[in-house]
Design a protein around this ligand. Sequence first.
Ligand SMILES: Nc1ncnc2c1ncn2[C@@H]1O[C@H](COP(=O)(O)OP(=O)(O)OP(=O)(O)O)[C@@H](O)[C@H]1O
Ligand SMILES: [Mg+2]
Length: 370
Amino acid sequence: MYVELKDINKHFGDFHVANNVNFGIEQGSLVALLGPSGSGKTTILRMIAGLENPDSGDIIIDGKRVNNIAPAERGIGFVFQNYALFRYMTVYDNIAFGLELKKMPKDKIKERVNELLALTNLNGLEKRYPNQLSGGQRQRVAFARAIAPNPSLLLLDEPFAAIDAKVRQELRTWLRQMIYKVGITSIFVTHDQDEAVEVADRIIITNKGCIEQIGSPIEIYKTPETPFVTEFIGQSAVIEDYHRLNGFEKGDYKGAVIRPEFVEAFKSDNQKFKNVIDISEEGEITDILFRGNSLELTIDLNGVPITVHRSLERREVRVGEKMRVLIFKLFAFDDEKAYLLENSKLKERNINNEHLESYLYNENTNSFVI
Ligand SMILES: Nc1ncnc2c1ncn2[C@@H]1O[C@H](COP(=O)(O)OP(=O)(O)OP(=O)(O)O)[C@@H](O)[C@H]1O
Ligand SMILES: [Mg+2]
């Protein structure tokens, strides 16, 4: 492990902002710290960087305990949420800043800055000031400045927070490619799950100062371990009386979560689903969002709004329309853990997801029109 946090505790007054935090990060990986606002993400980054001291525990970088090593000596690059570019310095001087601090010879600085301008696609902008740049360009300058001195670890605190959605999407891919190109171990903070899932190799989920789960994006998505992660990840709808749903019996659970990918919604006259209509629920469409390549329906299921995705190839639907809703599975949870429950009636009839997919397939038109 390249970076290790061992039994880290930190209080701000009475507030326990890091509660026995433990994790390790492998060299060369790109890790996301994902959690709601106030869950302690920034504080973890600041402790790694040495800008904040833990009350107890060890911070280890490359096998060495760094608790007592000054921030500037830790070999860390930091990209802050609000860019924190020097306003009165040009792009060139911003990128050169860390190199000048290191007293690198002028010609070497020039070489390195030019290399970074090319890498970050900022050629020609070196004489501009930050207020003459777009948000995306500023963020690239911040990235170039952070990696200029060749840090061995890069920390990024919500690097895209101040950038609008479209550019943000582009920057995510850009950042991922850049980090792999440079080959630098990186930790980035976000509260946006789509961002974490798209960008990171591994995700660490924080909640109220604790680590809830660590895993690959797919593991986090498919096997949430705690009630918090179950609700936090995906477009999850929480339902308390899940046992009233067809095919689900009461267990020692406090509630359950339904994700769009666990649900099929169809019109009651749809012959393809005639074998399962008796084990479906009735719901009513309360909202329809056009998502470009599909529709996102909100369906009211006995007072619980659930999200369902619908292919544009299928028959039109409208707000107020009654739909049948078939739930294949759900995540039930108690106080500590989450459990995947499958629809027992579908199981009894030996119907699995593959069957259901084939219901949707129309061989005549070679498409999924229903
Ligand atoms: N210097 C400080 N003094 C007192 N409390 C602080 C200090 N810094 C942070 N906190 C508190 O600690 C908690 C965690 O803060 P932190 O900034 O680490 O959260 P975060 O997960 O980064 O949140 P966000 O997503 O909003 O940036 C918050 O409740 C915050 O108010
Ligand atoms: Mg923060």
